[in-house]
Design a binder for this molecule. Structure first.
Ligand SMILES: *[C@@H]1O[C@H](CO)[C@@H](O)[C@H](O)[C@H]1NC(C)=O
Ligand SMILES: [Zn+2]
Length: 996
């Protein structure tokens, strides 16, 4: 650290060829027979990062009464098998388990494993902390969890630990963004296990099981091109050939015995291989020899595969043209690449996934909505923690509040991305454990953030965190006469942010850092909120004001309760508490007016006053009656599967009882639909969106019916069957009702078969007007008739859907009477032309929202010259509004990881979609950057060394000339949707940062 380099350091001309590094990778692949059908046996285990058991229970083999599974024994058992025979191969996937195992090994064992990895006998594939879900994850957390796992492999095994192949054999459908991210992480190919049954049947016939996936509409090919193969049998072995101790298929008996079955098994195997080869294009096929938590006793598998290989290959002497071998996904991929074919190109995604006519896996898009929100919020908090760890340096980790770092939260958020975690498909006790691990991560990051704030501001306060603000619980603000509110903004542009704090007083003074008083209002805590929080808090009012926060920094507000008697204010509050009927039927701010129906109390119309747009919009909550199975098909709705028993949902109520609150900072309509469903419609002063804060639950089930709750918007927009959903929070995909881009769909479920993942937004539009709904977590959504859109917000079900979790989705909630969920939908009404500009910025503000840190007392006075005390920005200048500071994090061993992202798609916004340029060296005021190395997206390979396999697209697909990119850190160009990743060294300024 702390060296300075000549300018020339930044320009890398030389290219290092990975081939020369070691005998791992494609060089270590087994020999194949070009004139035969080569069957690649892939010994593998699929180790869920929590599902029926917790991560720790799976690792150690605890609770084998639930499921026999112990990951430690798998690695213990496989390694000696590999050491004993150089021809044997094994792949390992989930780094959270491997890293755990590695820490417990002796140096001798580690050395032996390093050797296996160096020779390609033990190969890592995928290599993320977990195998993440694709339907309910946000790209920010996916990049982080992949980087975390890959970083471990890089540190531990160097270049030979770098996976060449992405491997998502179990996630329930595949997003296009995931493929794009994998391509940008340098993967050569991708294998998946689950695609729609109709899609698969057609691909088998057309031999399109393997394709080139062009996974971005903005990035120039081949940047987001990813060779993608659909595995023949999910991730399981062919029928009757499962030789794990948990299987009951016969072993191969080749001794002199009545049980000798060699002839039969060889004949069966040859038949199976020939049938499979018909669906694939080359003389190479794969068989996945393993499954969930297999290889705890690896000898059984290997001994039988040894015999299989021996007896099948022995047939070659009598003319068989089939050659079986131990292999890995990358060695199979290598053969496909060498085949030098041109591959058809896929542009859409693999959603929704159905494994039968009434079996759409679209329920998990919404399942466990509270965990889905907690995961998103935790990633938000992690980014803040990461940033402050960099901005304060070592003093964030060792400080007055204790020793802590961000890794606990980073690992917990990584685990939460698993395809049974954030997806909502784990058992309840496992879900509780995910939340518990996240919570422990929050504790550590709170210490980090307190240390960092004390260090940056030079002022140690008794920092506190109120994590129940969404239900108006915060003991400090409720009880204190004076307190400080530190608002930290993780975005690299200034934001205005509405603060709502539970209080007991009726009058407050809020002072900005310079001593100016800030407009604020006091509003009674609603009955809805009191019903949710129950005995957890007693505040009677909420203090509301708008904070304005500089880029990558904070502003501190001082709040004091005033004891003056203000008859007007007191009367207003009294009236607000009573007011259940309102004479006024609309709310309004500078930009928008929202009109309600006077007889039903429902939303009726939204007007954009700036653009003179009026759109009739009605909104209401409905419930689908969950199927319990019927005559046609026994499939019930469950944690994975959404299957309503009728296409028509029932309104929870025909109308809402409403009352109205009008203040200078916010205007609201409180709508009560039933004793378990309510909503607040809000317009904050100056904000260009309508906020709908919905509260749903406990969903009643006394009538014996499972219920799936939606919020539905109806308009008169002519949408011609089209609607739009985001892919993991980034690019937007066009959806068409009852249609799939790649095959001729036979629609069997008119509702569930039209549901898609909504990670951050869904919209409908006509030529002029667009209605966009932003979500605060992942949900399922659709547009089931023209002009409408709907989002599923909550579900409570009485039956298991028989996909393994073995529990109905009956979340108990804090009081064991059913889960209550509260969330927000942000509505934008704008011209179709300028909507992207709005929803991109607003969605960014949602997933990287400002964080509040509180402290009792008035805090230090504002002192000119001591700028950081109350206000701080770590930037010299805000980033252009189309550029996002995606990552600012400490990175091992002594680097800082920085990602800059162009957050617009090509052509979606006149201004936003323009290329952007950033001077990285003059961006930060808190530190100097002394060296810069551009990396691939996962930061595990130098950018200039990323040489992916080249795949030829079939005729018709556009090809771009490859562009050479040199790195000039003073002039970093970003094209639409481009993310650039930099590993830097930094040197702190004598006085960190500056006041803003
Ligand atoms: C706030 O006021 C409510 C209602 O009077 C009361 O129950 C609660 O204890 C008060 N909270 C504090 C901290 O004084
Ligand atoms: Zn799995």
């Amino acid at each position: 650290m702390g060296f300075s380099l000549p300018l020339g350091f930044f320009f890398f001309g030389a290219t290092v060829l990975w081939e020369t590094v070691a005998a791992c990778g494609y060089q270590s692949c087994p020999a194949t027979k070009p004139d035969m059908l080569n069957v690649h046996l892939i010994p593998h285990t699929h180790d869920d990062v929590g599902w029926l058991k917790t991560v720790d229970q799976y690792f150690f083999g605890v609770r084998n009464d639930i499921q026999h599974a112990g990951v430690q024994y798998i690695l213990d058992s496989v390694i000696p098998q590999l050491l004993a025979d150089p021809s044997k191969r094994f792949i390992y996937v989930e780094v959270v388990f491997f890293a755990r195992w590695w820490r417990l090994q002796t140096e001798d064992m580690r050395q032996a494993v390093r050797q296996l990895v160096a020779e390609g006998r033990l190969e890592f594939v995928n290599g993320g902390w977990c195998m993440n879900d694709e339907a309910s994850v946000h790209y920010s957390a996916v990049i982080d969890q992949m980087s975390l796992g890959l970083q471990f492999l890089k540190e531990t095994f160097g270049e030979c630990g770098r996976p060449r192949v992405a491997w998502h054999i179990d996630p329930f459908g595949h997003s296009r963004e995931q493929a794009s991210l994998f391509a940008q992480m340098g993967y050569d190919g991708f294998f998946v296990g689950r695609i729609d049954y109709q899609d698969k049947a057609q691909r088998e016939v057309l031999r399109e099981m393997e394709q080139l996936w062009r996974a971005s509409g903005s990035l120039n090919p081949p940047a987001a091109d990813l060779f993608t193969g659909v595995l023949p049998n999910g991730y399981n072995p062919p029928m009757s050939l499962c030789w794990d101790q948990i299987c009951s298929d016969n072993p191969i008996v080749d001794d002199d015995s009545d049980e000798n079955n060699v002839k039969n098994i060889v004949a069966y195997f040859l038949g199976t291989a020939a049938a499979q080869a018909k669906h694939y294009r080359t003389n190479h096929i794969v068989m996945t020899m393993g499954s969930d938590f297999q290889y705890e006793n690896a000898l059984l598998w290997y001994k039988n595969m040894d015999k299989l290989i021996k007896h099948v290959n022995a047939q070659q002497l009598s003319g068989s043209r089939v050659n079986v071998l131990y292999s890995t996904p990358s060695c199979y991929l290598w053969e496909l690449n060498k085949a030098n074919l041109s591959w058809s190109v896929k542009y859409d995604d693999f959603f929704p996934y159905a494994d039968g006519p009434h079996q759409f896996w679209t329920g998990y898009f919404t399942s466990r909505p509270a965990l889905k929100r907690y995961e998103r919020l935790s990633n938000n908090f992690l980014q803040v923690c990461n940033q402050l760890e960099v901005l304060a340096g070592a003093r964030a980790n060792l400080g007055p509040y204790g020793d802590a770092n961000s890794s606990r939260l980073r690992e917990a958020v990584g685990v939460a991305q698993h395809h049974d975690a954030v997806s909502g498909t784990a058992k309840q006790h496992v879900t509780n454990d995910y939340a518990k691990q996240l919570s422990a991560g929050w504790d550590a990051c709170q210490t980090v953030i307190s240390n960092a704030l004390a260090s940056i501001s030079g002022n140690k306060e008794n920092f506190m965190y109120c994590t129940y603000l969404n239900i108006s619980v915060c003991p400090l603000t409720e009880a204190s006469e004076t307190f400080m509110v530190v608002v930290y903004n993780p975005l690299a542009r200034a934001v205005g942010w509405n603060i709502r704090l539970p209080v007991n007083g009726t009058h407050y003074s809020v002072l900005a850092p310079g001593g100016q008083s800030v407009l604020n209002e006091v509003i009674p805590v609603s009955g809805f909120t009191q019903a949710v929080r129950r005995d957890r808090g007693g505040a009677i009012n909420e203090l509301v004001f708008q904070a304005s926060v500089p880029p990558l920094g904070y502003t501190t507000y001082s709040v004091s309760r005033l004891h003056k008697k203000d008859p007007v204010r007191t009367r207003l509050l009294k009236r607000l508490q009573r007011q259940h009927e309102t004479e006024q039927r609309s709310i309004q701010n500078e930009h928008l007016r929202v009109i309600f129906d006077s007889s039903t109390g429902l939303l009726k119309e939204i007007q954009n006053l700036d653009k003179s747009i009026s759109l009739p919009v009605s909104q209401n909550f409905f419930w689908y009656n969950a199927s319990t199975g019927d005559m046609e098909n026994h499939q019930a709705s469950g944690a994975y599967i959404f299957r309503p028993n009728n296409s028509e949902p029932f309104p929870i109520a025909k109308g809402a009882q409403a009352y109205h609150v009008k203040t200078q900072v916010v205007e609201e309509v409180y709508q009560n639909f039933s004793d378990w469903c309510s909503q607040v419609v809000r317009l904050y002063a100056g904000q260009p969106y309508v906020e709908l804060e919905w509260t749903v639950g406990p969903i009643p089930i006394q009538d014996g019916l499972g219920k799936e709750i939606i919020s539905r918007f109806e308009t008169n927009l002519q949408t011609a069957g089209l609607f739009y959903t985001d892919s993991n929070g980034r690019e937007i995909l066009e959806r068409r009702r009852d249609y799939r881009a790649t095959w001729n769909l036979t629609q069997t479920e008119p509702v569930a078969g039209n549901y898609y993942p909504v990670n951050s937004r869904i919209y409908i539009k006509d030529k002029k007007v667009q209605l966009t709904v932003l979500t605060d977590r992942s949900q399922g959504g659709s547009s089931l008739f023209d002009g409408s859109l709907e989002l599923m917000v909550h579900r409570r079900l009485l039956h298991d859907d028989e996909r393994g979790v073995g529990e109905p989705l009956l979340e108990p909630g804090d009081y064991y009477n059913g889960l209550v969920v509260r969330g927000r939908h942000l509505i934008l009404l704008d011209t179709t032309e300028s909507s992207a500009q709005q929803h991109r910025l607003l969605a960014q503000q949602e997933f990287m929202a400002p964080q509040l840190v509180l402290a009792p007392g008035g805090g230090p006075p504002y002192l000119p010259g001591q700028d950081n005390l109350k206000q701080f920005s770590a930037l010299h200048l805000a980033l252009p509004s189309n550029v996002h500071l995606l990552t600012l994090a400490q990175w091992e061993p002594d680097s800082v990881l920085i990602r800059l992202e162009h957050q617009f798609e090509r052509g979606e916004s006149v201004n936003g979609s323009m290329p952007a340029t950033v001077n990285l060296l003059s961006l930060f005021s808190s530190f100097n950057i002394t060296s810069v190395q551009e990396m691939n997206l996962a930061a595990n390979q130098k950018w200039e060394e990323m040489k992916r396999l080249i795949w030829q697209p079939a005729k018709g697909a556009a090809v771009w000339p490859s562009s050479d990119r040199s790195l000039d850190p003073t002039h970093i160009e970003l094209q639409p949707m481009e993310i650039r990743t930099f590993l830097t060294h930094i040197q702190y300024q004598p006085k960190p940062g500056r006041g803003f």
